[in-house]
Design a protein around this ligand. Sequence first.
Ligand code: FRU
Length: 589
Amino acid sequence: MALGFSLSVQGMESNLVVKHLANEQNIVVLDSVKKFLLLPVQDDAPEGKVNIVVNNEGQLAQSMNIRLARERVDSYVPLDLSAYVNQKVSIDIAGMPSSSLCWKELKMSDSFDMTNKEMFRPVYHHTPVYGWMNDPNGMFYKDGVYHLYFQYNPYGSVWGNMHWGHSTSTDLMHWNFEGCAIVPDAWGAIFSGSCVVDHNNTAGFGKGAVVAFYTSAKATPWGDVQSQSMAYSLDNGKTFTKYEGNPILTSSEKDFRDPKIFWYAPGKHWVMMLAVGQHMEIYSSVNLKEWKKESEFGAMQGAHGGVWECPDLVEIPVEGTREKKWVLICNLNPGGPFGGSAAQYFVGSFDGKKFVNESPTQTKWMDWGKDNYATVTWNNAPDGRCIALGWMSNWQYANNVPTRQYRSANTLARDLTLYREGQELYLKSTPSVEVKKARGKKVSIPSFKVSEKHEMVNLFEEKQGAYEVEIVIQNTGASKIAFCLLNDKGEKVSMYYDLNRKQFVMDRSESGTVDFSKDFPAVTVAPANVDKELTLRLFVDRSSIEAFGEDGKFVMTNLVFPSQPYVKMCFEADKNGYAVKSLNVYKLQ
Ligand code: FRU
């Protein structure tokens, strides 16, 4: 029985009627369908269940959870109805009171406005044009194009409805949004995973097919079920067909996910790395469909403050030698050095079946900030490069950062190499060469000395807030080399080298808006074994700062939300002082 009232919106060609039924159930009846139904969402509202029903026979075509606006509209998301244009369509929406604001704001439209509405949206980092993003997924390079898939919610700017979104780039700096590549199905949501290019047609989908592996995840009354599935693409990763034999790998483990697949040439077989609880499992296969478990890695190794996720295993050259070592990347959440999510790594050997960590006593972190997670590398990267990309956020507050149209960006692409310090091998993360190629207008500030008093430097006349600062400092005996980025409102990010402790420190507690989470204001510390002359590249992109010391021997990635861009730098020293030998500011776009 229909209760409450009906609302009908008459358009030129569309007719939209909302019927409110009992128990917070509602039906939106669409008489003639346009391309999109625009849905108003409110990020902190409870989820409602939205079902697309075709042909009035109760046939369920699609189902998702959407936080429709109850008392405030944060942004709009499009429900793509183009597949149903000539059919009769109803949208069944459960769990939404009839008094909600959304009923007045529903709109049918032939277009969806994707122009940027956000002051915090980075200029030269990848972001989804709208909606929520977390982990980078399925990265592969083919025919001059870098493909980046990502954990994506196209129905809101908080986590949920996991799809694989897709973007492409030819220079790792400028990205085109390609829409959704893999959508949820009966096996579950589409969690993280990887793609390979099957050059030799080992799976039988076709020579050069792109094969995607992901975790099918669903919450059931008898617990979370995670299994591995695959899909293949015969049009270079644009569209995927799900494999009919899915799921290909199941388990009763609750956390069983994030398959990373790569070709192990010496053994002529494929390898799958899987994150399972707090260890990694290694599988092998010759046809990508049948997998054999070979070994486990993780007991008594590294940090175990949380669940291990998003593994990777890559062979990386050791600088200055002909040697290569295998590096196992292990993201964990929580348990990072400054709370929440972080990426650790292990350096060792791998024989196609088993990974052996060569220095089990030390925990090694890829990044010393709070905002580099789910880092994985590109398969098939050109010229033997190993290029990594992370999700620039932290599960402690990712859903609460002050943006609305979209949430989250990726880090800059980073080329990984190994370097030796004493007995140990460490990862070096250098901004990929493409970053230098994208440098625009340069402002060079003449060298100057800093001792005891402040020096203030204006960085740019333009107030874009998207630039790189490259600093070379000559230490003349100072034990502390301090500087900060600041804006006209006095909001600042303070940084300093502590030469006695051999550390680089960044403090974002006065960086702008910090009160959306108690875990956001933070001081992060990196080991910095620097000499008399030190170099630092700081990448500022409206709402993020990435500091690369000594060409990437340490990296620190931190989000910031200033009410105006940082346009000045301030330098401070103790009485022994230091000299800023060169200070170049490059515009990046
Ligand atoms: C890591 C992660 C993965 C999972 C995905 C779900 O951030 O938890 O382990 O596949 O996010 O979105």
